[in-house]
Design a protein around this ligand. Sequence first.
Ligand code: PNS
Length: 170
Amino acid sequence: MTINRPIVAVYPGSFDPVTLGHEDVVRRTLRFCDRLVVGVARSSTQSKRPLFEVSERLEIMKEVFAGDDRVECVTFSGLLVEFARSVGARFIIRGLRAVSDFDYEFQMAQMNRELWHDVETLFLTPDVHYSFLSASLVREVASLGGDVSAFVSPAVLERMRHRFSDRAPG
Ligand code: PNS
């Protein structure tokens, strides 16, 4: 017997900041998923110096996805699989841009499966226009005064402008 349960997925990441590539992955996920919980991680496996505090990243995410009530944005700490379980999700969404992403993503997917055998990691490729795009490049370009308006939503751009105008040059 098949029981039709809503498909719930989590999309975890640092999202510092959320880029149009991330937004594209969210849109693609909503083609097959009933509810998507975007999880802004309080700590990442690859430690990076953050541009935005986690609370600010969450605010930005909520602003960006305000138009779709199937998307819920929250922060999480601790293990990703525990977070997924706590929101009733058996699917983890990750974007895969290029072969260079594969090693890290493959390791995480396998480890997460070791930690929770029923979890499935689904990799989505963003639109080819975003295949080179990463939050770290956006941070770097913006910090050096470059125009990142083609890579992030207006809500993000606004915050970035404020952030970098706050900072003393040098
Ligand atoms: O955007 P990022 O920084 O590549 O996202 C990495 C993230 C947050 C998904 C990863 O670091 C993570 O899952 N962190 C939660 C802690 C955890 O479960 N670690 C074990 C992963 S195998």
